[in-house]
Design a protein around this ligand. Structure first.
Ligand code: PEP
Ligand code: MG
Length: 598
């Protein structure tokens, strides 16, 4: 590696002397007082494999694609920094412009292109050589301003190299146990790689509160603030900081009063959590005695203990992506079987709904990158069942593993991103063919295959849910994507995070109508998007006739507490009134009122 690494924990470029409060999106609640670990991602493994004559043009194209991706990232950071306000916003804006400039028709890009052509270096090697040359020239000049430009060119070059090689580094592994991670961005794949217990909280400059990074933080109970643009220039490794994940605030250089105040708030937060724990074994039923199933969503196997500790009566959504996102190879049927069988056994006969692979969009798997390419609009691209049907060998291995694991308990199989009944028909054919193959190979699988159901998370599926009913044994409404696709709001984009509105009447009508049709036809129906874990929405769902909610384990007891105070007839009346409204702000207020009355 040619770029000398800085020690991420001692980045003292920007010393914070005075108390400051930085705000972002409160993505995962909780209060933590601790030391910052700044993830600079200064470590890039530069492979030096020369390329063939006939690969030169392809390598140059790769370089230009990576330049475009880097510029795109910088523009996102710049736009996010506009929310910061004041001088800090201007400073960040100028810096991002300078970085973009360094990548536009620059010596850096031209130099790398020349090296690819003249010495047939691979792109990442060429970039690292050019950075060395430019940065060394700058740092030889005895001027603090110019020396700082050397560090800027290294930053830009590192970003470019990371785009070239894909983000597979494990820098966060070096965070001291108990630290608070500060990073430009944390991807769901990064989350899957974190060691449990290592990080107490994290703060990022980018990211929306509805994306998978936020969902995983909530499930793991790690307080998080996302989309806090100022953080990238505001904090140094080792600084003591306070993170308030519920309010979306980060306090830099806290005073003694702050420490005392937040220590008390943290104690209150922990006490409230302990108090809820007493609800673990009480029945999950409304005041008028209607049983409600509360299931857990699981992103990573380590969350299973939390699900059980919080009294989940099943797993309503096992996101099988975890088996793919933290590996650089594709796990085969046997490996997937081992992981799934373990979870099914530990659930001891309680229902486990395993969703087939929903890679794509923001959730990436290194081993599948080549197959998927990067379409112009990943959220609308090769995702979920579309990818699985394009690569049936993926689906066959998954079905094989799930069917074998189903012998150990009570399994249901859930298909993501379904739009049309043909997808389900084809999926069922593959499912039955795999069952036949397994029997022939002598594997034991149940006589009656586990139910096969569809996620209702795309408006087309919700509107024509009756057509899907022909091929589906059950439905699970995914409110995260249903909101994203109904409102055309990217759930991961901090720029439009304020517009992501699950209470929009169009979203609520879709949810209500899907629940109604399912109940009329006796098709089991659940809601497993993030809305299900928000206690404020419980009366609405109960009023719509829903009896099964699946959520992050941390929310199970809060939701139970709320539903035990409700009466189903009253909730039905309240839901009817909500559906007469046309303004989501008014709907939110009404729901708050209903909850206060409950
Ligand atoms: C959803 O879209 O609501 C859902 C549960 O699926 P995911 O969040 O994994 O996309
Ligand atoms: Mg979804």
């Amino acid at each position: 590696m040619t770029v000398p690494p800085k020690d991420p924990s001692t980045n003292n470029d920007h010393v914070t002397a005075d108390r400051r409060v930085i705000t972002g999106l409160g993505a995962s609640g909780g209060i933590v007082i601790g030391r910052a670990f700044v993830l600079n991602r200064q470590y890039v493994q530069v492979s030096r494999k020369p390329i063939d004559d006939n690969a030169v043009q392809d390598e140059i194209k790769r370089l230009h694609d990576a330049v475009a991706e880097s510029i795109d990232q910088l523009k996102r950071l710049k736009s996010q920094s506009a929310n910061v306000g004041g001088a800090a916003s201007e400073e960040l804006g100028f810096l991002m412009d300078a970085y973009i400039h360094m990548l536009t028709e620059s010596r850096l890009v031209r130099g790398a292109e020349d090296l690819i052509k003249s010495r047939q270096l691979n792109a990442v090697h060429a970039v690292s050589e050019v950075i060395d040359v430019i940065a060394n020239q700058f740092s030889g000049i005895d001027d603090r301003y110019i020396a700082a430009r050397a560090s800027d060119i290294r930053d830009v070059g590192l970003r470019l190299m990371r785009c070239l090689i894909g983000e597979t580094d494990r820098v966060a592994d070096m965070a001291p146990t108990g630290s608070i991670l500060i990073a430009e961005d944390v991807s769901p794949a990064d989350m899957a790689r974190f060691n449990p217990g290592q990080l107490t909280a994290f703060v990022t400059a980018l990211g929306g509160a509805e994306g998978h990074t936020a969902i995983m933080a909530r499930s793991l109970g790690i307080p998080a603030v996302l989309g806090a643009a100022e953080i990238i220039r505001g904090v140094s490794g080792g600084d003591q900081i306070i993170v308030d994940g519920g309010r979306g605030e980060v306090i830099l250089s806290p005073t003694e009063d702050d420490i005392a105040h937040y220590t008390q708030r943290r104690a209150d937060w922990l006490a409230a959590r302990d108090k809820l724990a007493s609800l673990r074994d009480v029945p999950s039923a409304t005041r008028d005695g209607v049983d409600i199933d509360l299931h857990a969503n699981i992103e990573l196997p380590i969350e299973l203990s939390a699900a059980l500790e919080n009294g989940a009566s099943g797993i309503g959504l096992l996101r099988s992506e975890f088996m793919f996102m933290n590996k650089d190879y594709l796990p085969d049927e046997d490996e997937q079987y081992e992981e799934l069988a373990d979870i099914v056994k530990r659930m001891d006969g309680k229902p486990v709904t395993i969703r087939t692979l929903d890679i794509g969009g923001e959730k990436l798997a290194v081993a599948l990158q080549a197959d998927m390419g990067s379409g112009p609009n990943p959220a609308l691209g090769l995702r979920g069942i579309r990818l699985s049907l394009r690569k049936p060998e993926l689906l066959e291995a998954q079905f094989g593993a799930i069917l074998r694991a189903s012998l150990h308990g009570n399994v249901r199989v859930l298909i993501p991103m379904v739009v049309s009944v043909h997808e389900m028909t084809r999926t069922r054919q593959i499912y039955e063919a795999v069952a036949k193959r397994l029997r022939k190979q002598g594997h034991a699988i149940p006589d009656q295959l586990p139910p096969l159901g569809a996620m209702i998370e795309i408006p087309a599926a919700a509107i024509a849910v009756d057509t899907l009913a022909r091929e589906c044994d059950f439905f699970a409404i995914g409110t995260n994507d249903l909101t994203q696709y109904t409102l055309a709001i990217d759930r991961t984009d901090d720029q439009v995070a304020g517009l992501f509105d699950a209470l929009h009447p169009s979203v609520l009508r879709l949810i209500r109508d899907v629940i109604k049709l399912s109940n009329e036809r006796d098709i089991p129906i659940s809601v497993c998007g993030e809305m299900a874990g928000d206690p404020r929405y419980v009366p609405l769902f109960i009023g719509f006739g829903l009896r099964n909610l699946s959520m992050s384990p941390v929310n199970l007891l809060l939701v139970k507490q709320r539903l035990r105070r409700l009466d189903t007839r009253n909730s039905k009346h309240q839901a009817d009134r909500v559906m007469e409204q046309w303004d989501s702000a008014r709907i939110a207020m009404m729901l708050d009122d209903f909850n206060d009355l409950a």
